[in-house]
Design a protein around this ligand. Structure first.
Ligand code: IVH
Length: 674
């Protein structure tokens, strides 16, 4: 036994070190040295070992990166030194004045400038104690912020243990949390596919993500950190900021490789100019440059005004803007019936592309802008991505232009729109017969990540829906070659191909079929988890709301959506009856069911209640399944064991005691698995 512990300990240390190193190579250096699959395999090995030997988990274990804790409200954290904001300017003359002020303030004492990119994200302060990340704190009002440590640990470019020059140190690091543009676009695409509202820009989505209560969700969002500040109460650090940042880089942080030190303003201006256009080639957005005195001692001499330091200034690039005419507003109907307003613009050239349309997001946005048809509007590439209207250029307003207001009825089927409480979107509820919704559902079903039906493109879907041949995805399976070849530009060969793709889709596994049904909020990951928890459609239909909530990744909102789709929509029973006849996979095939680690909990049911300290509830439930057990969803006679965390609900406890159900702690549960 002693030997076994030792082996586990050594292996856990090895895996932790290796995985942290791979993480660093992948996210900070962008030079991965193993494949994603190999990484996942090592991570799974570490997770299994940590399950068996929880006491051997290291404080910098990379398994923390996947999150799993739920924080109901974030504790308040007082900043050691306030997080100040910066004076902003758009003009180079202001930089000259800044330079003159500095030289005067420092009485001719020589100094250097450090110039950095101004990342367009959210500020974060990190506290390391003896080399380990202890607190991650938002800026808040500058004096105190929210402690969001569990969320911060999921950010791959935040080292959990300092290495190199600062290994073991007690320091504060500050930086900006941001997203790569491509990651942001992908995130929005996924949200659109899942029927979630999209984010306006990477900064908004970063800010929203950091405040999520579920750290597992944070872990799925592509956040990064760039470090731009290092301080310590008990270490002597270099006087040069640039050298301090080099220490951070050596310790595992991502530090911008474009930081530069100069001694004169003309050099600074040249540097700023050279990035005005080059910035569009970066994989992330910067909205300007930050110019700071490099010598920390001199910064202290210069001090602060009420709001910002005297030793730094932000130079912001003009957002690339254009003025054009608003020709109209159209309203698009999405797959779930959500209505998105779109501005139709007189085509105009902006930052490398011709812009004809801009997103208006929702009714509030339209009201805030006070748009009239024919207005001259100022458009900006919202962080160079989706163009948006920032304001009306009033001198260009024609008296006759009609005020734009949100429509009351569906533009496609005339049904009166509804707005759910607390949501900014309007919906058309005619899911059965509204053509764009039908088309959207078919497109989603045919998508590569769902049933992957080759040859079923938008144009064909339009025709199939307009002819009335397809109203539901199930109708696709009744299409015949004879019907198909009568369609526009559709020959015998295409018909054969489509029929073959449809045949092939009958082998697509149940989780993807469930995703393909396009139930609101049931994205790929959720569909996967639900399909594993309910291996057949029949199981899923007999699940109560509570057992849906018990599925990992499924919260109240998703459970409500699934439950009402299954049970409250009057069309569902007939639809499911047809679905069963298509021959699609509506149950998991044996090879899709993951192998068990052991039979230790065979046949026994477990219920977890309260807050757990060593592992998240999701993870604990997964362990039950891995060892052959079952997850129960309520306290009743059939329950074998209730695992009680902290702050467990009193009603569950008394009911369990009444029924004489075996009650154990998290530690006792974990020792069952050893
Ligand atoms: S230094 C007092 N450096 O911009 C010093 N800030 O408008 C302020 N920011 O709150 C921090 N990139 O969130 C600094 N290279 C950079 C930055 C940066 C982005 C953000 C930061 C700050 C805000 C000030």
């Amino acid at each position: 036994m002693g030997n076994e512990v030792q082996e586990a300990e050594v292996r856990i240390q090895e895996l932790t070190r290796e995985l942290n190193d791979h993480n660093y190579r992948y996210y900070v250096l962008a030079q991965p040295s193993i494949s994603d699959q190999e990484f996942d395999k090592l991570l799974a090995e570490l997770q299994t070992l940590e399950t068996q030997w929880p006491e051997l988990q290291l404080p910098d274990s990379p398994t923390q990166r996947v999150g799993g804790t739920i924080t109901k409200s974030f504790p308040i954290f007082l900043h050691q030194k306030p997080l100040l904001s910066l004076g902003n300017t758009y003009s180079l003359e202001d930089l000259e004045e800044f330079d003159v002020r500095l030289r005067k303030g420092l009485e001719g004492h020589p100094f250097h400038y450090i110039i950095e990119h101004k990342f367009d994200g959210v500020a974060l302060s990190l506290h390391y104690v003896n080399g380990i990340l202890k607190h991650g704190v938002t800026r808040g009002d500058g004096k105190q912020g929210d402690e969001i440590t569990q969320n911060v640990k999921t950010i791959r470019t935040v080292p959990i243990r300092l290495k190199g020059a600062l290994a073991g140190a007690t320091i504060e690091v500050r930086g900006e949390v941001f997203m790569h543009t491509a990651d942001f676009i992908k995130l929005n695409q996924e949200r659109e596919e899942n029927g979630d509202p999209i984010f306006m820009n990477p900064r908004n989505s970063t800010a929203g993500t950091l405040k999520l209560q579920d750290s597992a969700e944070v872990a799925r969002r592509p956040l990064r950190l760039v470090a731009y500040y290092l301080d310590s109460q008990d270490l002597t650090l270099p006087n040069s900021d640039y050298e301090r940042l080099a220490l951070l880089q050596d310790s595992g942080f991502f530090v911008s490789p474009f930081n530069q030190v100069y001694s004169t303003l003309p050099e600074i201006k040249t540097h700023i100019d050279s990035w005005e256009h080059k910035r569009s080639e970066l994989p992330y957005e910067i909205d300007g440059m930050v110019l700071k005195v490099d010598e920390i001692q001199l910064r202290e001499e210069l001090g602060f005004t009420a709001k910002s330091p005297r030793w730094a200034i932000a130079y912001k690039y003009q957002a690339e803007q254009a003025i054009t005419q608003l020709n109209g507003v159209t309203f698009q109907v999405g797959r779930t019936g959500a209505i998105t307003p779109v501005a139709e613009l007189e085509p105009v050239w902006l930052a490398g592309t011709t812009v004809k349309r801009a997103s208006l997001y929702n009714a509030d946005e339209i009201n805030n802008l006070d748009l009239h048809i024919g207005d001259q509007v100022v458009i900006e590439k919202g962080g160079e991505i989706i163009p948006k209207i920032t304001r009306v250029h009033l001198p260009g307003r024609h008296a006759a232009g009609m005020k734009v207001s949100f429509i009351q009825t569906c533009p496609a089927c005339n049904t009166t729109l509804i707005r759910n409480e607390g949501e900014s979107n309007y919906y058309c509820t005619n899911h059965q017969n509204c053509p764009p919704q039908i088309k959207g559902r078919i497109e989603h079903f045919a998508h590569r990540k769902a049933l992957n039906i080759d040859g079923l493109g938008t144009e064909l879907i339009d025709q199939l829906v307009e002819k009335g041949w397809v109203k539901e995805v199930t109708d696709l399976y009744s299409l015949t070659k004879e019907n198909l070849i009568t369609l526009n530009r559709f020959g015998a060969k295409s018909a054969d191909n489509l029929i073959e793709s449809l045949e092939k889709s009958k082998r697509v596994p149940w989780p993807k079929v469930l995703f393909g049904l396009g139930i609101r909020y049931v994205g790929q990951t959720v569909a996967e988890k639900v399909a594993r928890a309910f291996p057949t459609l029949t199981d899923l239909r007999s699940a109560d709301r509570e057992s849906l909530v018990a599925v990992p990744e499924v919260g109240e909102k998703i459970a409500d959506s699934l439950y009402s789709w299954l049970h409250q929509d009057p069309n569902t029973p007939a639809f499911l009856a047809k679905l069963t006849q298509t021959g699609l996979q509506l149950s998991l095939s044996p090879e899709d069911i993951p192998e068990k680690i052991s039979d230790k909990l065979e046949g026994k049911s477990y219920l977890f209640s309260g807050v757990f300290t060593q592992f998240s509830r999701e993870k604990l439930q997964q362990m039950v399944l891995d060892h052959g057990g079952k997850i129960a969803t309520s306290v009743n006679k059939k329950l074998d064991c209730l695992v009680a965390g902290e702050n467990m609900g009193p009603s569950k406890l008394s009911k369990a005691q009444e029924l004489g159900i075996h009650l154990i702690s998290e530690d006792e549960f974990l020792s069952l698995l050893k």
